[in-house]
Design a protein around this ligand. Structure first.
Ligand SMILES: Cc1cc2nc3c(=O)[nH]c(=O)nc-3n(C[C@H](O)[C@H](O)[C@H](O)COP(=O)(O)OP(=O)(O)OC[C@H]3O[C@@H](n4cnc5c(N)ncnc54)[C@H](O)[C@@H]3O)c2cc1C
Length: 350
């Protein structure tokens, strides 16, 4: 039996688990996830008759292997493709047709979390939710080898594992490595390399209205990065997400606005973003939503990728780091592709 431990149940981890479980016959995969859900920042919530993606907006078709995985390998029932275009706006709130570079804009009727749910669903992995890993430890075993153990926030120990995969965003992975009980100079090199990956924050407001909007676009993106709002999209363009005749806007503030207002009163943030949405879309009714939700993403998007040298060296110790920040692109397809790669490397090494 080969014991594989995975910290975090993001899309990257789900793809790696899928590959390992499918190619290593004696692999026993255990996943520890701090939240109550799967798929990390590709997050979906449900409220009454609404379904909405409030982190990643959609999955792009930029990676052939990911396209094959989503459309052929996994069940594609309920996969939805947003066909309306993405328009742009600038600091003056001038809206223009323009940025529709994405061939596909995928989600699922039940939301983007289906990506991780379907991947894990094809494995025998044991997934422990609401289990925050606090300590990583390298321990000797009876045969003179070294393995990995994990302590969670409730004081329970998991493992030992022959192979350990760390999927949290770089700042959280840095913290796990910084406090790791692992007496190896590589630990410090890794802490430095992973700690160098900076992240931008995003503050998201979700706004419901009992009327339909008559506009030709799915979303508006701020291209000059000078506006407090970075992105506005219409969840009703995803089949199955919003009842007919209604509107559900996902408004994502810019990095600068999100950082400045991260800890402000959520009701004030939501009201400010609704007022901006009304101005940008040009419909004053949008300043007064009938229902709202919100989420702050402290570690939303990595500014850059990690230095791969130390990350690759860690494989010799059975330690694999994975996610969008290892791929070097803060995008869902990049995290999935990196998970597939890492899964293959783990399988190859076993
Ligand atoms: C607001 C927003 C909008 C975005 N829009 C898009 C978009 O439109 N298109 C696109 O392609 N991408 C988008 N992205 C980026 C996309 O969501 C990410 O690139 C992708 O989901 C990253 O997946 P991952 O596997 O690398 O990590 P994550 O999704 O971050 O998963 C890591 C997991 O680790 C868990 N974890 C962390 N610490 C611990 C711990 N100590 N113990 C246990 N578990 C832990 C977390 O809870 C999380 O579930 C967006 C992201 C945000 C936040």
């Amino acid at each position: 039996m080969t014991d594989v431990g995975i910290v975090g149940a993001g899309a990257g981890a789900a793809a790696a688990a899928f590959v390992i479980d499918g190619t290593v016959p004696d692999a026993d995969v255990t996943v520890l996830e701090k939240s109550g859900g799967l798929c990390g920042r590709a997050a979906t919530r449900r409220h009454d008759d609404l379904t909405y993606d409030y982190g990643a907006n959609y999955l792009k078709s930029d990676d052939d292997r990911v396209v094959e995985l989503i459309t052929e390998t996994l069940d594609d029932e309920g996969l939805v493709d947003v066909t309306e275009p993405v328009y742009t706006f600038d600091a003056d709130e001038t809206v223009s047709p323009g940025r529709d570079a994405d061939e596909h804009k995928w989600s699922y009727r039940r939301g983007l979390t289906q990506v991780a749910k379907r991947l894990f669903g094809r494995t025998d992995a044991t997934v422990h939710r609401r289990t925050r890993v606090e300590t990583v430890r390298r321990v000797g075993d009876a045969n003179g080898g070294d393995r990995w153990e994990l302590d969670d926030a409730d004081g329970e120990t998991h493992g030992p594992f022959d192979v350990l995969l760390l999927n949290p965003p770089a700042p959280q992975t840095t913290e796990l490595l910084r406090t790791a009980e692992w007496d190896d100079p590589l630990r410090e090199t890794l802490v430095e390399a992973v700690g160098d990956v900076a992240y931008g924050s995003v503050w998201t407001a979700v706004l419901r209205y009992p009327f339909a909007l008559d506009v030709p676009y799915y979303a508006l993106v701020n291209t000059d990065k000078e506006h407090p709002v970075g992105w506005i999209s219409r969840e009703e363009c995803k089949a199955g997400h919003v009842p007919d005749g209604e509107t559900l806007l996902v408004v994502q503030a810019s990095g600068a606005w999100s950082t400045e207002h991260y800890d402000d009163d959520p009701a004030e943030n939501v009201a400010a973003l609704a007022a901006h949405a009304a101005d940008i879309v040009g419909d004053e009714r949008l300043a007064d939503p009938a229902w709202t939700d919100h989420q702050g993403w402290r570690y939303a998007l990595p500014d850059e990728g990690v230095d791969r040298g130390p990350v690759d060296s860690a494989r010799d110790a059975g330690l694999f780091l994975l996610g969008d920040w290892v791929a070097g692109e803060g995008r869902l397809h990049a995290a999935i592709a990196n998970g597939l790669d890492v899964g293959e490397r783990v399988a190859y090494g076993l």
